[in-house]
Design a protein around this ligand. Structure first.
Ligand code: CAO
Length: 450
């Protein structure tokens, strides 16, 4: 049987595959929200699994009929929705059903009562496979939240909840950017949440004064610009690194007059091959040489803080400025690559980053990071260490300066370097030596060949 209506309708808990008294653990919508077909409305959790209830039709949420913590079974009314769009076919045999609010809601308004039709079970005709699935199967399906940015399955959602992570701050590596359980675990591990869980909510041992709450609109016109996911994600990590790592920044200047002459001599030819030769690739090579001279910089603190894990590979993170914020893709085995290959890889990975094409694996495995603002400007800055690495090199814009040599001032092209390091791992003297090694290699790049 089928007929059409645009009534206000109740959404009922569908077939739970036999499970009864399942708990509502998250409500993903609120009155006034517009939901699209299949948008997740609520998450339920049984002993065995958590599962999202997808919207059986598009519409506007009018009323919530359950609260977080409530126990529901098949047929429990969970929402009142005003359907949007046109026609809804009726299929009384389906397991994913909605009922007219006139049948189900005692709190129905007079207006909705007038609108109500005589039909009492409604499903979407085009989604018969979905509507007839038991909830266990639906729980396996990938669902989109009301926020179109979030694309995650119920397992990933539950895990994120357990770790107290905001899904909006997690980059998805699955099909079409879906957030998988692995992505959640990766972020949880990286942000220290797992450790906090196992040690029963270990805190950092200090409390901060609360952030002042200011009504900015009281002082003038304001507008609201939501932070995107990359900003939220990097913000959370930068904050953690800033708070957890005792930072010191060592400054140095490298004379790159000869390097620049060499670069200019080769730039045009490389450009004809489609390769852009910038100072950064030379800096990457010099960093590798310095890391090889001072291996503590190519290490991470072990989880228990008892040991240094020294890496015998050389993967460099390079901060890339994208329209959506900062990302740090990793270029692998820099020690084994030519300047040409590095320039090609740098161009490819930064383009991928700017086109939002980076996968989590593109950002994993780094040993040391470089943040170059030299193409933009500035004389120095203090980069934040990219945990679990122990140091990061900031590069500012080179400029000609008078350098006193053999009794006279001569113009030399000087490159400002800022090395921030984790003082638990690196001593100041080591940092000064590292910077000197860098300047040594950069001042005559032939040394990199030795
Ligand atoms: N001094 C002077 N000029 C420099 C320079 C330096 N240190 N570094 C680069 N330049 C020049 C380049 O040579 C190029 O000029 P030419 O075309 O005349 O040779 C120009 O600046 C632009 O370079 P670029 O930025 O396109 O290329 P890059 O290899 O230096 O950098 C990348 C690539 C991806 C690192 C860069 O584009 C980028 O995104 N930088 C920002 C990183 C960032 O945001 N860091 C902050 C992190 S903390 O918030």
């Amino acid at each position: 049987m089928s007929e059409t209506t645009t009534d206000i309708k109740s959404v009922l808990v569908p077939d739970l595959g036999g499970a009864k008294q399942v708990q509502v653990i998250e409500i993903l919508v609120k009155p006034g929200d517009i939901v699209a077909l299949e948008d997740p409305l609520m998450t339920m959790e049984s002993d065995k699994a958590s599962m999202d209830i997808p919207a059986p039709f598009a519409g506007k949420v009018l009323e919530l009929k359950v609260r977080v913590g409530d126990k529901v079974s098949e047929g429990t009314e969970i929402l009142i929705v005003e359907p949007e769009g046109e026609l809804y076919s009726i299929n009384t045999n389906s397991s994913l059903t909605t009922k007219s609010s006139s049948e189900n809601s005692e709190q129905q308004t007079e207006e909705s009562s007038k609108k109500s039709s005589t039909s009492n079970t409604l499903v979407l005709s085009q989604k018969d496979t979905l509507t007839s699935s038991p909830l266990d199967e639906i729980s396996e399906s990938i669902t989109r939240s009301a926020d179109p940015d979030i694309y995650a399955g119920p397992g990933a959602r539950r895990l994120a909840r357990e770790y107290g992570l905001n899904l909006q701050t997690i980059a998805g590596s699955g099909h079409k950017g879906r957030i998988t359980q692995k992505d959640v675990e990766f972020v949880a591990k990286d942000s220290g949440q797992m450790q906090m869980q196992t040690s029963n909510g270990r805190d950092l041992g200090f409390t901060l004064a609360p952030r002042p709450i200011v009504d900015f609109a009281a002082f003038g016109e304001v507008s609201i610009a939501p932070l995107n996911r990359i900003k939220k994600l990097t913000g959370a990590f930068l904050h953690r690194n800033w708070v957890q790592i005792p930072h010191v920044t060592q400054f140095e200047e490298a004379d790159i007059t000869e390097l620049e002459a060499f670069r200019q001599a080769n730039k045009a030819e490389m450009e004809r091959e489609g390769v852009k030769l910038t100072p950064l690739v030379f800096i990457m090579k010099a960093v590798i040489a310095a890391l090889s001279d001072l291996p503590n910089f190519n290490s991470s603190l072990s989880e228990d803080g008892e040991n240094l894990v020294i890496k015998h590979y050389y993967h460099l993170g390079v901060a890339v400025d994208t329209p959506n914020g900062l990302v740090v893709p990793v270029i692998r085995d820099v020690d084994q690559k030519s300047l040409r290959t590095l320039a090609q890889e740098l161009a490819a990975i930064s383009q991928k980053a700017r086109e939002k094409g980076l996968q989590p694996r593109d950002m994993q495995g780094g040993c040391f990071s470089i943040s170059s603002l030299g193409g933009i400007g500035g004389t120095a800055f203090t980069p934040i260490v990219n945990s679990p690495e122990v140091a990061i090199l900031g590069v500012a814009k080179s400029s000609y300066k008078p350098v006193y040599e053999n009794g006279e001032f001569v113009p030399r092209l000087m490159l400002p370097l800022s090395l921030s390091y984790d003082h638990r791992v690196i001593d100041g003297a080591e940092a000064a030596r590292f910077c000197q090694r860098l300047a040594f290699y950069l001042s005559d790049v032939r040394r990199l060949l030795i």
